[in-house]
Design a protein around this ligand. Structure first.
Ligand SMILES: [Fe+2]
Length: 278
């Protein structure tokens, strides 16, 4: 099974920019490439911060752009999102029965679980998983088929990444999440948004993946206490789940530089390869 991960689309109302970027144009560019190059994906999942200020008009714009996507889409909440506004525009968005945007999807290759880590009352943008949301996860893990991996998606990382400013607004109760894993089962992979940087590794033995936003990025800065912005090129991830491997490709979908064969002697020797084409 293949699927695509996008994160932190940060939509704003039509006609305005965010940090000099047009979030709608960015997502549209990603969708054009995804539709063209990945007709075999099962779904596209967006791991939160769908709209920058959580406005209804921004979600309406997001809905319009997502309408171009051929594959089905799965949406998660991020700290910039507002559930009520999201539901107003996307009435069919996932609901775990308690109003949280959480879900379980079973595929032959994997079970996909999404969590809603957003604390709308918390002005710091840190995340939380309340008992009701953890109960949902408990049931989802208990019912997940044992013969295939569990892939968990949530906006906030439950651990420090070394970016001081982002670590202050991570998930506030990682041990509560861990307790559910210990009781039921550990997911095989965790995908997250929030950080706007490519980071991979493992948390207490569970592999994780964090990727760049479709819009503005957080700079590589392990010192500053403020959140440092950058305009590094955005990525999407193509995930390929097979019986013996889970492979995550990160692709900078706006790249428009040279393409050439590495074994091409002319390319090796050229002072300027921008004119070469395979
Ligand atoms: Fe974000």
């Amino acid at each position: 099974m293949k699927f695509v991960v996008l994160t932190d689309t940060h939509f704003v109302v039509p006609g305005r920019l965010l940090y000099g970027l047009d979030p709608a144009a960015r997502l549209a560019a990603a969708i054009e490439v995804i539709n063209r190059d990945h007709p075999d994906i099962a779904f596209v999942i967006v791991t939160g911060d769908l709209a920058h200020w959580g406005q209804v008009a921004a979600y309406a714009e997001l809905r319009k752009v997502l309408g171009r996507l051929v594959a089905p889409v799965v949406l998660l909440m991020g700290n910039h999102d507002r559930r009520q506004a999201l539901r107003e525009v996307f009435p069919a968005v996932d609901d775990d029965g308690n109003g949280f945007v959480q879900s379980v999807r079973r595929y032959d290759a994997a079970t996909v679980i999404t969590l809603d880590t957003v604390d709308e009352e918390n002005p710091t943008h840190a995340g939380i998983l309340c008992p009701a949301r953890l109960d949902f996860l408990d049931r989802a893990l208990a019912e997940a088929p044992a013969d295939r991996p569990v892939l968990l998606f949530q906006h906030h990382p439950p651990f420090n990444t070394g970016l001081p400013h982002m670590d202050r607004i991570r998930l506030r109760n990682p041990d509560d999440l861990w307790a559910v894993f210990e009781k039921r089962r550990r997911p095989d992979q965790i995908f997250m948004g929030h950080v706007h940087r490519p980071i991979a590794g493992s948390w207490r033995g569970i592999p994780f993946h964090i990727q760049r936003a479709t819009v503005h990025q957080v700079a590589f800065d392990l010192v500053s206490q403020e959140i440092p912005g950058s305009l590094e090129a955005p990525d999407y991830a193509l995930v390929d789940v097979s019986p013996d491997a889970l492979v995550i490709h990160q692709r900078p979908f706006l790249y428009d530089g040279p393409h050439y064969w590495l074994h091409d002697k002319a390319a090796q020797d050229a002072a300027d390869i921008s004119a070469l084409r395979p």
